[in-house]
Design a protein around this ligand. Structure first.
Ligand SMILES: CCCCCCCCCCCCCCCC(=O)SCCNC(=O)CCNC(=O)[C@H](O)C(C)(C)COP(=O)(O)OP(=O)(O)OC[C@H]1O[C@@H](n2cnc3c(N)ncnc32)[C@H](O)[C@@H]1OP(=O)(O)O
Length: 158
Protein backbone atom coordinates (compact mmCIF):
# COMPACT_ATOMS: atom_id res chain seq x y z
CA UNK A 1 0.00 0.00 0.00
CA UNK A 2 1.45 3.33 -1.06
CA UNK A 3 1.32 6.15 1.49
CA UNK A 4 0.25 9.74 0.90
CA UNK A 5 2.88 11.31 -1.35
CA UNK A 6 2.96 14.60 -3.30
CA UNK A 7 3.68 14.08 -7.00
CA UNK A 8 5.71 16.45 -9.19
CA UNK A 9 3.95 18.56 -11.84
CA UNK A 10 4.03 17.30 -15.43
CA UNK A 11 5.83 20.53 -16.36
CA UNK A 12 6.15 24.01 -14.78
CA UNK A 13 3.77 25.48 -17.42
CA UNK A 14 1.32 22.56 -17.46
CA UNK A 15 -2.19 23.99 -17.64
CA UNK A 16 -3.38 21.48 -15.07
CA UNK A 17 -0.59 21.32 -12.51
CA UNK A 18 2.18 23.72 -13.49
CA UNK A 19 3.17 26.15 -10.77
CA UNK A 20 4.41 28.74 -13.32
CA UNK A 21 1.22 28.93 -15.39
CA UNK A 22 -0.73 31.95 -14.08
CA UNK A 23 -3.94 30.80 -15.75
CA UNK A 24 -3.60 27.12 -14.89
CA UNK A 25 -5.55 25.05 -12.39
CA UNK A 26 -2.52 24.62 -10.11
CA UNK A 27 -3.49 21.10 -9.13
CA UNK A 28 -1.38 19.77 -6.27
CA UNK A 29 -1.73 16.04 -6.70
CA UNK A 30 -1.06 13.38 -4.10
CA UNK A 31 -0.72 9.65 -4.44
CA UNK A 32 -2.74 7.82 -1.80
CA UNK A 33 -3.02 4.05 -1.87
CA UNK A 34 -4.44 2.97 -5.21
CA UNK A 35 -5.56 6.45 -6.34
CA UNK A 36 -4.43 10.05 -6.77
CA UNK A 37 -6.29 13.11 -5.53
CA UNK A 38 -6.25 16.90 -5.52
CA UNK A 39 -8.34 19.65 -3.94
CA UNK A 40 -9.10 22.68 -6.08
CA UNK A 41 -11.39 25.64 -6.49
CA UNK A 42 -12.28 26.96 -9.93
CA UNK A 43 -12.18 30.76 -10.22
CA UNK A 44 -12.92 33.50 -12.77
CA UNK A 45 -10.09 32.28 -15.04
CA UNK A 46 -12.06 29.03 -15.46
CA UNK A 47 -15.52 30.54 -15.76
CA UNK A 48 -18.20 29.48 -18.22
CA UNK A 49 -21.71 30.66 -17.31
CA UNK A 50 -21.58 33.43 -14.68
CA UNK A 51 -20.40 32.02 -11.37
CA UNK A 52 -19.93 28.50 -12.74
CA UNK A 53 -16.90 26.51 -13.89
CA UNK A 54 -16.48 26.04 -17.65
CA UNK A 55 -16.95 22.46 -18.85
CA UNK A 56 -13.60 22.65 -20.62
CA UNK A 57 -11.88 23.61 -17.36
CA UNK A 58 -13.54 20.67 -15.60
CA UNK A 59 -12.47 18.39 -18.45
CA UNK A 60 -8.90 19.72 -18.21
CA UNK A 61 -8.86 19.02 -14.47
CA UNK A 62 -10.02 15.44 -15.13
CA UNK A 63 -7.49 14.92 -17.93
CA UNK A 64 -4.66 16.29 -15.86
CA UNK A 65 -5.34 14.34 -12.69
CA UNK A 66 -5.75 11.18 -14.77
CA UNK A 67 -2.27 11.97 -16.09
CA UNK A 68 -1.02 11.36 -12.53
CA UNK A 69 -2.19 7.74 -12.45
CA UNK A 70 0.83 7.19 -14.71
CA UNK A 71 2.84 7.03 -11.49
CA UNK A 72 0.62 4.11 -10.47
CA UNK A 73 0.89 2.46 -13.90
CA UNK A 74 4.62 3.30 -13.92
CA UNK A 75 4.64 4.23 -17.60
CA UNK A 76 4.38 7.41 -19.66
CA UNK A 77 1.09 7.58 -21.58
CA UNK A 78 -1.10 10.17 -23.31
CA UNK A 79 -4.84 10.70 -23.50
CA UNK A 80 -6.49 9.00 -26.49
CA UNK A 81 -10.14 9.45 -25.44
CA UNK A 82 -11.79 11.35 -22.59
CA UNK A 83 -15.47 11.34 -21.69
CA UNK A 84 -16.82 13.62 -18.98
CA UNK A 85 -20.24 13.31 -17.41
CA UNK A 86 -21.28 16.68 -15.98
CA UNK A 87 -23.78 15.79 -13.29
CA UNK A 88 -24.18 19.14 -11.52
CA UNK A 89 -23.01 22.69 -12.24
CA UNK A 90 -19.81 23.45 -10.31
CA UNK A 91 -19.87 26.88 -8.64
CA UNK A 92 -16.67 28.95 -8.65
CA UNK A 93 -14.78 29.35 -5.35
CA UNK A 94 -16.15 26.04 -4.07
CA UNK A 95 -13.85 23.30 -2.74
CA UNK A 96 -13.84 20.33 -5.11
CA UNK A 97 -12.15 17.04 -4.28
CA UNK A 98 -11.03 15.18 -7.38
CA UNK A 99 -9.70 11.64 -7.51
CA UNK A 100 -8.48 9.35 -10.26
CA UNK A 101 -7.62 5.69 -10.43
CA UNK A 102 -6.44 3.11 -12.90
CA UNK A 103 -9.20 0.55 -13.43
CA UNK A 104 -7.79 -1.69 -16.15
CA UNK A 105 -4.79 -2.10 -18.39
CA UNK A 106 -3.78 -3.89 -21.60
CA UNK A 107 -0.40 -4.02 -23.33
CA UNK A 108 -0.90 -0.55 -24.86
CA UNK A 109 -3.92 1.04 -23.11
CA UNK A 110 -4.70 2.33 -19.62
CA UNK A 111 -8.36 2.66 -18.58
CA UNK A 112 -8.71 5.45 -16.05
CA UNK A 113 -11.61 6.95 -14.10
CA UNK A 114 -11.92 10.28 -12.29
CA UNK A 115 -14.51 11.66 -9.92
CA UNK A 116 -15.14 15.20 -8.67
CA UNK A 117 -17.07 15.71 -5.46
CA UNK A 118 -18.34 18.68 -3.49
CA UNK A 119 -18.94 17.44 0.02
CA UNK A 120 -20.36 13.94 -0.40
CA UNK A 121 -21.96 14.60 -3.78
CA UNK A 122 -20.44 13.71 -7.15
CA UNK A 123 -20.56 16.75 -9.47
CA UNK A 124 -18.66 15.22 -12.38
CA UNK A 125 -17.18 11.87 -13.39
CA UNK A 126 -14.88 10.95 -16.27
CA UNK A 127 -13.51 7.94 -18.09
CA UNK A 128 -10.43 7.94 -20.30
CA UNK A 129 -8.23 5.69 -22.35
CA UNK A 130 -4.56 6.62 -22.23
CA UNK A 131 -2.15 4.96 -24.65
CA UNK A 132 1.29 4.05 -23.35
CA UNK A 133 4.16 5.78 -25.11
CA UNK A 134 7.86 5.89 -24.47
CA UNK A 135 9.57 9.12 -23.50
CA UNK A 136 10.73 9.63 -27.10
CA UNK A 137 7.08 10.58 -27.88
CA UNK A 138 7.66 13.87 -26.05
CA UNK A 139 11.05 14.43 -27.67
CA UNK A 140 9.60 13.79 -31.15
CA UNK A 141 6.52 15.96 -30.77
CA UNK A 142 7.36 18.47 -28.04
CA UNK A 143 10.02 20.87 -26.80
CA UNK A 144 13.48 19.34 -26.23
CA UNK A 145 14.44 21.39 -23.15
CA UNK A 146 11.08 20.94 -21.45
CA UNK A 147 11.19 17.23 -22.26
CA UNK A 148 14.55 16.90 -20.53
CA UNK A 149 12.90 18.46 -17.46
CA UNK A 150 9.98 16.02 -17.79
CA UNK A 151 12.36 13.06 -17.92
CA UNK A 152 14.12 14.37 -14.79
CA UNK A 153 10.73 14.58 -13.01
CA UNK A 154 9.89 11.07 -14.23
CA UNK A 155 12.98 9.61 -12.57
CA UNK A 156 12.77 11.81 -9.45
CA UNK A 157 9.22 10.58 -8.82
CA UNK A 158 10.38 7.14 -7.70
C1 LIG B 1 6.23 6.76 -13.43
C2 LIG B 1 5.50 7.25 -14.69
C3 LIG B 1 5.54 8.71 -14.80
C4 LIG B 1 5.15 9.22 -16.14
C5 LIG B 1 5.57 10.63 -16.31
C6 LIG B 1 5.48 11.05 -17.70
C7 LIG B 1 4.51 12.13 -17.76
C8 LIG B 1 3.93 12.18 -19.10
C9 LIG B 1 3.24 13.47 -19.22
C10 LIG B 1 1.82 13.21 -19.44
C11 LIG B 1 1.12 14.52 -19.42
C12 LIG B 1 -0.30 14.25 -19.14
C13 LIG B 1 -1.09 15.51 -19.29
C14 LIG B 1 -2.54 15.17 -19.29
C15 LIG B 1 -2.82 14.25 -20.44
C16 LIG B 1 -2.66 14.95 -21.76
O1 LIG B 1 -3.06 16.07 -21.94
S1 LIG B 1 -1.90 14.09 -23.04
C17 LIG B 1 -2.09 15.21 -24.47
C18 LIG B 1 -3.28 14.87 -25.33
N1 LIG B 1 -3.11 13.62 -26.05
C19 LIG B 1 -2.30 13.55 -27.12
O2 LIG B 1 -1.65 14.49 -27.54
C20 LIG B 1 -2.22 12.20 -27.78
C21 LIG B 1 -2.21 12.35 -29.31
N2 LIG B 1 -2.29 11.03 -29.91
C22 LIG B 1 -1.17 10.34 -30.24
O3 LIG B 1 -0.04 10.82 -30.09
C23 LIG B 1 -1.36 8.93 -30.77
O4 LIG B 1 -2.70 8.72 -31.18
C24 LIG B 1 -1.00 7.86 -29.71
C25 LIG B 1 -1.83 8.06 -28.43
C26 LIG B 1 0.50 7.94 -29.38
C27 LIG B 1 -1.32 6.46 -30.24
O5 LIG B 1 -0.74 6.37 -31.52
P1 LIG B 1 -0.68 4.94 -32.25
O6 LIG B 1 0.26 4.05 -31.50
O7 LIG B 1 -0.46 5.18 -33.69
O8 LIG B 1 -2.19 4.48 -32.04
P2 LIG B 1 -2.92 3.14 -32.36
O9 LIG B 1 -1.98 2.15 -33.04
O10 LIG B 1 -4.20 3.50 -33.06
O11 LIG B 1 -3.28 2.59 -30.91
C28 LIG B 1 -2.27 2.11 -30.03
C29 LIG B 1 -2.84 1.01 -29.17
O12 LIG B 1 -3.79 1.56 -28.26
C30 LIG B 1 -5.06 0.93 -28.42
N3 LIG B 1 -6.12 1.92 -28.33
C31 LIG B 1 -6.18 3.10 -28.96
N4 LIG B 1 -7.33 3.72 -28.67
C32 LIG B 1 -8.00 2.90 -27.83
C33 LIG B 1 -9.25 2.99 -27.16
N5 LIG B 1 -10.04 4.07 -27.29
N6 LIG B 1 -9.62 1.97 -26.36
C34 LIG B 1 -8.82 0.87 -26.21
N7 LIG B 1 -7.61 0.74 -26.81
C35 LIG B 1 -7.23 1.74 -27.61
C36 LIG B 1 -5.03 0.34 -29.84
O13 LIG B 1 -5.89 -0.76 -29.94
C37 LIG B 1 -3.59 -0.08 -30.00
O14 LIG B 1 -3.34 -1.32 -29.33
P3 LIG B 1 -2.54 -2.50 -30.08
O15 LIG B 1 -3.28 -2.74 -31.36
O16 LIG B 1 -1.14 -1.97 -30.29
O17 LIG B 1 -2.60 -3.65 -29.11
Amino acid sequence: MRGDKPLPAHAPWCMGCGEDNPNGLHLEVHLHGDHVYADLQFDERHSGAPGLAHGGAISAACDDIMGFTLWIAETPAVTRTLTVEYRRPVPLHTPVHITASLVDETDRALFIEANGTVGDTTYFAAEAVFVKVDLSHFLRHGDWGATADLITRFFQAD
